[in-house]
Design a protein around this ligand. Structure first.
Ligand code: CP
Length: 325
C-alpha cells in the first residue's frame, strides 16, 4: 500500500487523528506541549480526580477494540474520565460489524450517538473508511500500519528526560512494525535522525522511507545493529509479532521471523554502544529475552513506564484538539 493510501482527505468540519503525516511538525509540537502542561497541572493528584478543567463533561467517546489492548484502552478511558467525559468500550464482536454491517454505516450511526471514536483495528482501511464516513473525530488507536498515539508519547517521554529530540540520533532495532512506521513519520515531523537496523526482509516498507526522505527526514537503514546504535541518544524496539498479526500469520512464519530477529535483541552489550546517557523505549507489551533483555528493559536507562504513562497525557491533548477542531 502506498503512503498516500494510508492518509485521507479530512471532511472539512471534522479533525481526526489518523496519522502523524496529516499534521505539521508545529501542530504535533503544540500537542506535546499541551500534554506536558496538563500532566504538570495534575501532578500528584489521585488517578480518579478530575482535571481542574473538565471540557469533556457531557461528552461520550466510543472506544472500539477489534484487537487486544492494555495501555491504549486504559489510558483513553482514564484520560476521558479525568477530562469529565464518559466512555463506551466495545470489542469488534460487540458490534454488528462482526455480522457484516459495513464500517461506513457503523460510522454514520455512531456519529449520531457519541462525540468521538477511538478505534484499534487490524486493517488500516477500516480506520480510513470509518473516518471518511464519521461526522465526529476518529482517532487511530493502532492499525496494522501505524500507531501515532504511541509515538507521540515516545517523543514526549524522550524530551522530558533529555530535552528536544530534533537533531538527536534515534536507533530503531529489530522489525519494521507499525510503531516503526510512525517513528518514520515522526522523524520527518520532529526533525530527529532515525537509524533503523532490521533483519533482511523485516524492514519497513520502502515507500515509507521514500516519503520520509521526500519530507526532509534523515533516515538511515542497515542490518548491523551495532553500527546503527553507535552514539544514539535513544534506542527503541518493539515486539516481533504485532497484535494485528496474532492468529493471522502461520506458526512457521512466526518461527522464521524469530530466528531472523534473534541477533537484534537489545542487550546490555548493544546499549553500551549507544551514547552513555542513552534512553531505552519500548511501547509494550515486551517479551524479555526476545526483542529486549530483561537487564535493559528493567535497567536504569529504560523509560518504559514513563512512556506508558505519557500515553494518558498525550492522548488527552489529542482528543481535546480533535474535539475543538
Ligand atoms: N503500546 C500499546 O499500544 O499497548 P496496548 O497494545 O496494550 O494498547
Amino acid at each position: 500500500m502506498s503512503i498516500a493510501a494510508t492518509t485521507m482527505t479530512r471532511a472539512p468540519a471534522v479533525r481526526h487523528f489518523l496519522d502523524l503525516t496529516d499534521f505539521t511538525g508545529a501542530e504535533l509540537r503544540d500537542l506535546i506541549e499541551r500534554a506536558k502542561t496538563m500532566k504538570n497541572a495534575r501532578a500528584g493528584a489521585p488517578r480518579g480526580t478530575p482535571d481542574r478543567a473538565t471540557p469533556l463533561k457531557g461528552r461520550i467517546v466510543a472506544l472500539i477494540f477489534e484487537k487486544q489492548s492494555t495501555r491504549t484502552r486504559l489510558s483513553f478511558d482514564v484520560g476521558i474520565r479525568q477530562l469529565g467525559g464518559e466512555t463506551i468500550v466495545l470489542n469488534g464482536y460487540d458490534l454488528q460489524l462482526g455480522r457484516g454491517e459495513t464500517i461506513a454505516d457503523t460510522a454514520r450511526v455512531l456519529s449520531r450517538y457519541v462525540d468521538a471514536i477511538v478505534i484499534r483495528t487490524a486493517k488500516h482501511e477500516t480506520l480510513l473508511e470509518l473516518a471518511l464516513n464519521a461526522t465526529v473525530p476518529v482517532i487511530n488507536g493502532l492499525t496494522n500500519l501505524s500507531h501515532p498515539c504511541q509515538v507521540m508519547a515516545d517523543v514526549m517521554t524522550f524530551e522530558e528526560a533529555r530535552g528536544p529530540i530534533a537533531g538527536k540520533n534515534v536507533a530503531w532495532i529489530g522489525s519494521g512494525t507499525n510503531v516503526a512506521s510512525s517513528f518514520i513519520h515522526a522523524a520527518a515531523r520532529f526533525g530527529f535522525n532515525l537509524r533503523i537496523a532490521c533483519a533482511a526482509g523485516e524492514g519497513p516498507r520502502p515507500e515509507l522511507i521514500e516519503w520520509a526522505r521526500a519530507n526532509g527526514a534523515k533516515v538511515t537503514l542497515g542490518e548491523n545493529s551495532e553500527k546503527i546504535v553507535a552514539g544514539a541518544a535513544c534506542v527503541v524496539t518493539d515486539t516481533w509479532v504485532s497484535v494485528t498479526e496474532e492468529g493471522q500469520i502461520a506458526a512457521d512464519v512466526v518461527s522464521s521471523r524469530h530466528t531472523k530477529l534473534a541477533p537484534y535483541c537489545v542487550t546490555p552489550a548493544l546499549m553500551a554502544k549507544a551514547a552513555p546517557n542513552a534512553v531505552f523505549l519500548h511501547c509494550l507489551p515486551a517479551h524479555r529475552g526476545e526483542e529486549v533483555a530483561a537487564e535493559v528493559i528493567d535497567g536504569p536507562q529504560s523509560l518504559v513506564w514513563e512512556e506508558a504513562e505519557n500515553r494518558l497525557h498525550v492522548q488527552k491533548a489529542i482528543l481535546l484538539n480533535c474535539l475543538e477542531g
